[in-house]
Design a protein around this ligand. Sequence first.
Ligand code: ATP
Length: 218
Amino acid sequence: MTLLETRNLSGGYRALTIFSDVNLTIEPNTITGILGPNGAGKTTLLKTLAGLLKAQSGTIRLDGNDVMPLSAHDRARHGIALVPEGRQIFQGLTVKENLGIPRSASRFSAVEFDRRFEEILTIFPRLRERLGQLGGGLSGGEQQMLAIGRALLLDPKVLMLDEPTQGLAPIMVSQVLSSLEALRGRFSMLIVEQNRDFLDRLSNSKFVFRGGKLEQTT
Ligand code: ATP
């Protein structure tokens, strides 16, 4: 069964429409990429799917269920996770504290959350080494891994990543690529990027945003 499906989805800011008639179908455990230049509307689309922005029209279904009435918090609990652009980790909190933030939004018991916490540190050993360090003291690549680790604690069905390579040195881009490769097949990912090579390496299907419309590309 299709995991996430939009039909004729349009979104933007108040009366301003940024994208329209987006029909996107994401199957379980696949990686979908969306390419687009600055200002194309990639962030606006992800925020609309996450429930941070109200859609202007159309439908969004997760596992066949309409998620339009759900808040961002409830969509996260149902499995739509967003790693925002710029990572948005708390610079003044430690890595451990940053990873503890999803605890209240999580549908897991304290014991189960702790088990998942341990699993994330196994996936990202670098974070285990840095647990007591402040988020602001991490390199860009480590911050990206922290943001991804934090989203994974919610056990997402679809992990949406907003320009995960933005501002990263090439060596860090390779590390993020390897981390995401290692997670392939465990859940779905929707990645928006300006880095075509990164998407070519990861995605099963790829789209490009042109003039507010989504077009499939090879
Ligand atoms: P970028 O790589 O720059 O983040 P993007 O493809 O993610 O590009 P968006 O951030 O979705 O693009 O922006 C799409 C358009 O929406 C841009 O023209 C931008 O100026 C406009 N926009 C973004 N945020 C707002 C806002 N809060 N109010 C009005 N317009 C906005």
